[in-house]
Design a protein around this ligand. Sequence first.
Ligand code: ADP
Length: 245
Amino acid sequence: MNDKPERLIDKKGLRLDGRKPDQLRPVKLEVGVIPAADGSAYIEQGKNKILAGVYGPREAHPKHLALQDRLVLKCRYHMAPFSVQERKSPAPSRREVELSKVIREALEPAIFVELYPRTMVDLTVEVLQADGGTRCASITAASLALADAGLPMRDLVVACAAGKADDKIVLDLMDEEDKLGSADVPVALMPNLNAITLLQMDGKLTQEEFEAAVNLAIEGCKQIYAMQKDALKAKYMSVKGEGEE
Ligand code: ADP
């Protein structure tokens, strides 16, 4: 383990990885990375590496989970044993069960579930490397995977967290800031509809700090949304390119 740093923000106002308080980590997005899945996407956000895959819509399995008037979204968030410093047990932890639910609830409002009664979409999120903010990066990638599967959606869902490190409100916390900072506020957004689908808070903030964190997280979401749209377009541009050869 690294020694605990004395400060998360230095005298110049920069963070441990050299970022300004309102700066995102580098984000890389790719759509359609798993040909066997109906839809898939990959995200790197800082050191996070996450893969999302979708099967469906197809007949619900097990059948008793089917709903007569809508599609059921089944979501599994899982961290690979090698995704963190100390081997993580591959069995689903309490945290993974909770994050699976949170991710599902953040995505569902974007899907026209009523168009597919008695069916199911299976969404799997596999965290290959984790460095803080994996629920948000998972939502960003999963929403691209759902779109890649051709599911009619009201909007993409994009997520980003903001929080407090030392006494400053900062965007997109990495693991050290998440652990040593005093608060973390993950936000998921449907940017075109201007609707929040996930809002959580871990830690303590004043009302003013909370509002500043939510606004900063929304700004981060909007930046990632532009990248999401580019990633979706890039897939279809490459398909078009292949056809032309
Ligand atoms: P999020 O990843 O959405 O921020 P948490 O706040 O629960 O969710 O986790 C923060 C970070 O803690 C994770 O991104 C990961 O880097 C780390 N972490 C989570 N679970 C484990 C674990 N079992 N062992 C080591 N680190 C973990």
